[in-house]
Unconditional design. Sequence first.
Lengths: 168, 463
Amino acid sequence: MTNADEADWRRRSVVAVLPPARPRKLAKVPFVELADGRLQGVVSSGSDVERVYVSSIAADTHAYQCSTNNNRPCGGLRATPCKHLHALADEALLQYGVDRVARYLRVDVGDGVASGAELLARLDGQPEPASAAVVFSRFLRHLAYLEVPVSTAPQPELHWFPATRAGR
Amino acid sequence: MRGAQVAPLRAAPAGLTDALDVVAGFDDALVDGFGRVGERGASALTAFADAFTGTPLGAPVAVAVDAVIAGSVAPQHLAALAGARSALLGAAHDALLAQLDETLGRTRSPWTTPTSVPSEAPAALAGARAWWHEVALTGWRGVDHELLSVAAGVVETSLLVPELRRIAVLLDGLAAELRACVPVATMAQVPARRWADLWARGVLLAEGTPPPDATPSVSGRLLPLGVDVHSHDTAVQVQLHAILEPADGGPARLVRTAVTAAKVDTIVGPAIWRLLSHHPALLTALADKRALTVTDLPLRGGDLSWVDDRVRLDEPADPFATARVLLPAATTAATDPLDRHPAGIAEPVLVEGPVIRDEADALAVEVDGERIPLAVDRLPAAGPLTVDLVATASACLGLLRWDDGRWQLQPLAVLGTVKRRTVQAHNGDWACGVTDPKIAKEEARAGDAVAVLRERAGRLLRR
């Protein structure tokens, strides 16, 4: 196995194409992903364990949105991103690293950013309506993986996917 | 393993280089797609077809290549191409393993189970087949978000069917890589061999799984050698390599047994062990270095099926002692022909010699003046083996692996040196919890990812 910057990927069966996510605390922001052209995720409500906020930032326009999973608008969302979007950006930086998040959002972080707030300050989007349902259903699908039973049949194809320390 | 056994591995088996060149041409054509092959792709595919002249695959592959070049590819053509590519790499696997068996003096019993044709492919496979077809036409460069969202749907339906678990796990791992790499056209280098490997395996799996054969059962004492951990974002497999001493007094056998859990990307490092908490005997055997008594476990080739209530913890057993005493004479078994590929070679060996840094600053273990490079990028974060610890080792118990023209040793356990004391470290040391206080503190600070997500699932799912 070898890294992206090393010589030849072409003729290797085992290369680390996708670095594993870096470990982070999940209690506040259980779900973050770079998908569907957005940085999106789910933020647990600080006051109500039954409630979660769905937050997203579009990669192309930097338009942002935050609402509950029942599509009620987030009270903290005004002309600037709310605390949920800040938490989402913080955790995305932890999970994926600055470079991958910046590349996905097409934002220049030449001298680096140290926090979600600094990242958000470099975006120039406006709040724009977006459906929470799509992101929330992706989160539910994500959680559903934990309900899939353990298999005791060998999975020979996983030899192409060795566990690695990269990313830690 | 002695130095004299290392030297013969430097010579490539006859025909290997030629076979892999033919495969490389095929793989490049798949980067651009079989939907519209250019001149270069057409000549690479023709060379690929020529390699099968005079074999039973000769005619179907020639027909398939003609169809690709004519722009009229049907599903059976792609199946023929995937089968042929798998046959070439299967032959490469056989040649490499024969070379290794000879130098190690390892006896391997041949595969005797007849390969049966799948009776009927489950309906859920239709989507998978269509996806592999589409991706072959468009090529890796043509993969877009739309095609990847189709893949997500296929994964979702097949993950729920136990017989389709392999194809779901494979497709989910590949799709995540493609998602991170789209648009592939802008990549500096495309992992053409790797993705073609996964494509060919996916096409074969999508033909359906053969009906389960009558697998013989074995009983005896299972002495662990080491544990190999595989994972991508949504799956983790823990595969134990061990010596089975059959209860009937037959010769010791080298076997492996695996459990695979579904997971999400944020469950990484030592947290993966918590996903396997329903297999306490396995985890305790790994963490406490215990042997296991097994009763009537199905054994297919060298793969022992784990069944919890037929496994009992036994006396402590030092994996290094097992490797020293029992591994050299243990017999092993051939792999299922459909699973043969150089990337699947993982042969346990013990190499007793110091780890050194070579001229290129890469780690290698040295024995009798011969060096074996160490695959230190295969050290799982779920265990205590780090590059720094491996660098201090005086012995490595690991798996011999082959990729892109060279053998490497993947450490599963080492005799390392910490503060001038010799210590044993094994991949499975933390199976029942992290024993390194510093890492345990880090883990405690991060909280229990599995518990947090299960709590969220409990509240939010099924509403």
